[in-house]
Design a protein around this ligand. Structure first.
Ligand SMILES: Nc1ncnc2c1ncn2[C@@H]1O[C@H](COP(=O)(O)OP(=O)(O)O)[C@@H](O)[C@H]1O
Ligand SMILES: O=C(O)c1ccc[n+]([C@@H]2O[C@H](COP(=O)([O-])O)[C@@H](O)[C@H]2O)c1
Ligand SMILES: [Mg+2]
Length: 227
């Protein structure tokens, strides 16, 4: 994991003494560490469930859900197959998502406050941002920003079954899963692999608890190794 760091201590020769020439004690050292974690992978792999569980325990942790950046329905293209093309990168306003990530990067404390996340006052200033969504690693400007990229998968039959139980804001028309959702999932995953994007695969067939403990431990170990 390669978290961004910025030492906030500025202790120069000039400021080491006050105006009367008395030695000043140095300000407390505060090291700010920022870490972006991706919870990506296929639709119905369990991304939102896992993310919500992590949010409850990770310190100073904000979240950005990719689903919040779907374009309005009338801007979604209709393919030659007759299906609205929801599962392509162009159906998402990725520029807006990137701007939101940049707002967090420039001031994670302010971002947390604005989003109702309580920030712990601590000498070791660690901030975590979780990005959660089904096409996290296919948008070039974001791909190198992650400290850790997780990728949840389940077998085809399980994915199709779980999807049939979901109700999205726009319900799936008959045949969408096999005609559009699954082929697009395969296409983007193949591209990601061909581009050499490193991900940590997670078996979405494990229990919710097991996934939660596995990922929490992994994130915490990574943070410790870099603090
Ligand atoms: N580890 C799991 N085992 C079994 N079912 C799960 C697991 N995680 C999530 N689910 C269920 O699968 C469905 C999709 O979960 P969700 O977290 O919304 O997935 P995603 O955000 O990847 O589409 C939901 O019905 C959820 O309750
Ligand atoms: O959220 C929406 O407005 C929305 C509208 C239409 C479709 N979706 C589906 O949302 C899926 C991604 O969300 P998720 O939680 O299943 O990973 C993706 O496969 C889309 O087909 C989502
Ligand atoms: Mg989801």
């Amino acid at each position: 994991m390669k978290p961004g760091r910025s030492a906030v201590q500025r202790w120069t020769q000039r400021s080491a003494r006050d105006s009367a020439g008395r030695a000043r004690s140095p300000p407390p050292l505060r090291v700010e560490m920022k870490c972006i974690v991706g919870i990506g992978g296929m639709t119905n792999g369990g991304k939102t469930t896992l993310t919500n569980n992590l949010l409850k325990v990770l310190p100073n942790c904000c979240v950005i859900h990719q689903d919040d950046f779907f374009k309005p329905q009338d801007q979604i293209a209709v393919g030659e197959d007759g299906f609205k093309q929801w599962d392509v990168l162009e159906s998402l306003d990725m520029e807006a998502m990137l701007s939101t990530v940049q707002a967090w990067m420039s001031n994670p404390r302010k971002f947390a406050r604005a989003h109702g996340v309580s920030v712990q006052p601590d000498a070791l200033d660690t901030h975590i941002l979780i990005l959660e969504g089904f096409l996290l690693y296919s948008y070039k400007p974001l791909v190198d920003l992650y400290s850790r990229r997780y990728f949840l998968t389940v077998p085809y039959e399980e994915c199709k079954w779980r999807r049939s139980t979901r109700s999205y804001t726009v319900p799936d028309p008959p045949g969408l899963f096999d005609g559009h959702v699954w082929p697009m999932y395969q296409k983007y995953k193949q591209e990601m692999e061909a581009n050499g994007v490193e991900v940590v695969y997670l078996d979405g067939m494990k229990s919710r608890e097991e996934l939660f403990h596995q990922v929490r431990e992994d994130i915490q170990n990574s943070l410790l190794n870099h603090s």
